[in-house]
Design a protein around this ligand. Structure first.
Ligand SMILES: Cc1cc2nc3c(=O)[nH]c(=O)nc-3n(C[C@H](O)[C@H](O)[C@H](O)COP(=O)(O)O)c2cc1C
Length: 203
């Protein structure tokens, strides 16, 4: 890597800091004006985020939590349900200070409680997403997107929200965790390509 390119990359990374001052969010690659931000507990949504990045490029950002959810599924379900009822927005250690440089922001999440997960509500609330193109993508246990896209539209103000991608992922309730491998992974790759073509984000 040339020195100038290295400096440019470090600069891009340094624009992402945590509120505690420690570096950095997990940016895998710094390129273009696309940000792919995702929340993932059992890595299905993460796999989809990585497939999108492979097709399109862009910066990949895992949404981390100041206080992670319990490992226990049932306890997590109860906590999420409570947060949804009270409108509690969990604290995120990460803020993307240079959000202005991105035109297109992919928002990836699992369906939780038939809603947008509270941490993603926090992310959308904490960032100025006016006049962006927002592209939702989702994995779920077979029950679909719930109210998540309506919530994204509400929280991203005047941004244009494109047609979401959704695919069946894990079923943690039944002990089925990561499924994006083998034939399922291939199907997902084909489905993502078709979706991005339809959105005219790739040619
Ligand atoms: C707290 C919690 C709540 C969930 N609620 C739903 C739901 O309401 N509907 C649904 O289809 N799947 C639900 N799921 C299943 C996840 O959406 C599904 O397993 C998804 O693929 C997980 O993505 P991940 O591997 O990226 O974490 C829930 C999972 C968790 C952990």
């Amino acid at each position: 890597m040339k020195r100038s390119e290295f400096v440019k990359r470090i600069f891009a990374l340094s624009l992402l800091t945590t509120t505690t001052g420690s570096l950095f969010a997990r940016i895998i690659r710094s390129k273009e004006q696309t940000l792919i931000v995702y929340l993932s507990r059992t890595n299905n949504t993460k796999a989809i985020a990585q497939m999108i990045q492979k097709e399109l490029g862009g910066d990949l950002l895992l949404l981390e939590l100041a206080k992670p959810y319990p490992e226990d599924y049932k306890k997590t379900v109860d906590q999420v349900s409570n947060e949804n009822e009270t409108g509690y927005l969990p604290e995120l250690p990460t803020k993307v200070y240079d959000i202005g440089r991105y035109n297109t922001i992919f928002i990836g999440y699992p369906t939780w409680d038939m809603q947008l997960p509270p941490p993603m509500k926090s992310f959308l609330t904490n960032h100025d997403l006016r006049n962006k193109t927002i592209v939702p993508f989702n994995t779920n246990a077979g029950y679909g997107l719930g109210t998540s896209v309506e919530t994204i539209k509400k929280l991203s103000k005047s941004s244009k929200v494109l047609e979401p991608f959704k695919i069946e992922g894990g079923k943690e309730r039944d002990g089925i965790l990561f499924v994006m491998k083998g034939e399922k992974e291939k199907q997902a790759q084909i489905k993502i390509k078709k979706w991005l073509l339809e959105l005219q984000l790739i040619k």
